[in-house]
Write a protein that binds this ligand. Structure first.
Ligand SMILES: *Cc1c(COP(=O)(O)O)cnc(C)c1O
Length: 496
């Protein structure tokens, strides 16, 4: 299996190369040259496998330059009960009316980013051995909350790597800050920046292109890399849980093999729902892929009209991980929908860069409307959905998953489609305790730990151990730098 770039389809690289590089030189994203198909026998066999074996089966189709031993080592190091609080890794909870909640937050940071970031360090170090043998990998991350912590937990004490995370001093939730500043591990560094998320992101980008820093690091045998969500090494692991959950529902006799399901995904950067699309092409019978957004509804408009327009108001919502106006992974879907037409992709994404807008052609519009449904809801509707689902079914949704459930309810009311439906649940409710507590009628006064304690006594749902544990952990990282000092901070940390 080789990988092409969405902006240069004559390029041909291995998966190891795609994972080490992250982004192609001309700015395109790496995509597999064809999407492998799983047979009925292969999918059915998943029923009796552990999650790590299912992951192995999917990866062996995509990462063909990895040896079987390497792949086994990657999946077993990541998907085990040391890292996840459930042997199943991803859990499925059945709600009323043919809805299945696919809980992707049983990892160490209680958000779905763990599903990919627990394995990325192993995929990356294995790839680096093939591509840039002998180098130490230093990961730089700019985060607005969830990704930073998940990357820290993933790379913590992984041989051959170190990781440095920058976050905006006043731009993350108290719980997210606490999770990051108490991070354990010998090879980690966390640093606040006086500025907002864009300052952090621009600072990190500047470090990547700074020749002087590159030279100093390379003299010390260090190579900078990123754990960004456009990396193929983050996308491939997300395909696994869609294939896995379908096979599990068949095994549990909830559906028959061949029966179509809808898949609903609360969407930001379009990574998670793109993985569901890949699972569909690989052979999972899917009726509709349902893309759920919050008030930042650029994707809803795009899927419904074919016009992508980021020139609009940016809203800060109770589902902050979906507060995004540029959904990077959409580029991969469009590449497939245009029949791998890199010329069109270049045209559209140049237009996006220059004017913030592009419009796709009729062929793409048709495929979008056949395969996808899109909807959005605002914060009030999100909170109402949390209350309704809790009162009606005693199931506590987080703010992101609630957006998905609400958009699905709207879809069902509008279309009458009663196909069984898998709803991706992307965070544990305690991660966004304040908004969730308000949604179920609580008075959210006090600090983050007071609030989650009150949420627990009101709802009698358990606080996940990793969140509870941060309360008594020592704060290890108190540093805060000006945005111009981020490069220096990296060099100091890496002692270069
Ligand atoms: C990152 C994230 C999302 C959005 O996922 P994409 O792959 O970027 O679409 C949704 N919910 C939560 C909780 C997240 O952390």
């Amino acid at each position: 299996m080789n990988y092409r770039s969405t902006r240069n389809s004559s390029l041909k690289v291995t998966s190891a190369h795609a994972i080490v590089k992250g982004l192609s030189d001309e700015g395109g994203l790496f995509v597999p040259e064809n999407i492998p198909v799983l047979t009925k026998e292969e999918i059915s066999a998943f029923g009796d496998m552990k999650y790590s074996e299912r992951a192995y089966a999917v990866f062996s189709k995509y990462l063909t330059d990895f040896t079987p031993e390497e792949l086994r080592c990657c999946v077993e190091s990541a998907y085990n009960s040391k890292n996840f609080d459930s042997d199943n890794i991803a859990e499925i909870t059945k709600l009323k009316n043919g809805r299945y909640i696919l809980e992707l937050w049983h990892g160490p940071t209680c958000a779905f980013k763990d599903m990919a970031l627990q394995i990325l360090p192993y995929l990356l170090t294995t790839s680096a051995k093939k591509e840039v043998s002998g180098k130490q990998i230093a990961i730089l991350v700019a985060t607005s909350g969830d990704t930073g912590k998940a990357a820290l937990e993933g790379f913590k004490d992984v041989d051959g790597t170190s990781i440095c995370v920058f976050y905006p001093e006043d731009g993350v939730s108290p719980m997210q800050k606490r999770q990051m500043t108490t991070q354990e591990g010998k090879n980690v560094n966390v640093c606040a920046v006086k500025g907002n998320f864009d300052d952090c992101q621009n600072g990190v980008k500047a470090i990547f292109t700074d020749k002087e820093i590159e030279k100093k690091l390379s003299d010390n045998n260090v190579l900078l890399s990123s754990a960004n969500s456009i990396n193929w090494g983050r996308l491939a692991p997300q395909i696994v849980y869609y294939v896995s959950s379908y096979a599990q529902l068949v095994k549990d006799k909830e559906i028959e093999y061949g029966e179509k399901v809808n898949i609903v995904v609360p969407t930001g950067n379009f990574g998670n729902i793109l993985a569901a699309y890949y699972a569909k092409i690989m052979g999972i019978p899917v009726n509709k892929l349902i893309c759920a957004s919050n008030s930042n509804n650029v994707l809803t408009d795009f899927i419904n009209t074919g016009v992508y327009d980021r020139n609009r108001t940016f809203y800060t919502t109770v589902s902050p991980s979906m507060d995004i106006l540029i959904s990077s992974n959409l580029e991969r879907l469009l590449y497939h929908f245009t029949g791998e037409n890199d010329k069109l992709i270049n045209e559209w994404f140049t237009s996006l860069k220059n004017s913030g807008r592009y419009e796709v052609d009729e062929n793409v519009k048709k495929q979008l409307s056949e395969q996808f449904y899109a909807g959005f809801c605002n914060d009030d509707e999100t909170k109402t959905q949390i209350r309704k689902t809790f009162e009606g079914e005693h199931y506590l949704l987080d703010t992101h998953t609630a957006v998905a459930v609400k958009v699905y309810e709207d879809y069902r009311a509008k279309t009458g489609d009663d196909t069984k439906t898998i709803i991706a649940s992307t965070a544990n409710p305690y991660k966004f305790g304040r908004a969730v507590f308000e949604a179920v009628g609580g008075n959210a006064e006090g600090d983050e730990f007071d609030i989650i304690a009150k949420l627990e006594s009101k709802t009698e749902t358990g606080i996940p151990a990793p969140l509870a544990a941060t309360k008594d952990k020592a704060v290890r990282f108190k540093g805060c730098v000006e945005k111009q000092e981020m490069g220096r901070a990296v060099l100091d940390f890496l002692k270069s």
